[in-house]
Design a protein around this ligand. Structure first.
Ligand SMILES: [Ca+2]
Length: 127
């Protein structure tokens, strides 16, 4: 049962994306970002904009991606950052435009991602 259907007024991830990327940049994204619950782009797939808290979006969408992501495809023209905690906090790693993560096992991030978002291209290098 879906409680909320109005994404425009209630989606935290939508709000965050507006802050992160310009409308022009958002329109330039071609293939988008895709995360998978299994390695080698298997299991369940989530293709969407960034998300501030997967626990919230999971509940809204009746899915389970929080602490499940094991591979990622970044088919966009932006760097994307992935975090172990909600609100883009905790440990962080990034994927450059066109870069993919085939298997997060052994990286310290397998089944640990709770939020992710795009970053402006040309921003400072990650730590
Ligand atoms: Ca997994």
């Amino acid at each position: 049962m879906t409680k909320i259907n109005n994404n425009q007024s209630n989606s935290l991830s939508s709000i965050e994306c507006v802050q992160d990327i310009s409308h022009e940049s958002a329109a330039a994204i071609s293939g988008g970002i895709a995360v998978y619950t299994d390695a080698n782009y298997g299991g369940k797939e989530r293709t969407a904009k960034g998300v501030r808290d997967l626990r919230v979006s999971d509940r809204q969408e009746n899915v389970l991606f929080n602490n499940q992501i094991s591979s990622i495809i970044n088919d966009t023209d932006k760097r994307w950052a992935f975090y172990t905690r909600a609100g883009y906090s905790g440990d962080r790693f990034t994927l450059e435009p066109g870069e993919s993560a085939k298997d997060l096992f052994g990286t310290g991030f397998n089944d640990k991602i709770t939020s992710y978002r795009s970053e402006a291209s040309g921003s400072a290098q990650p730590l």
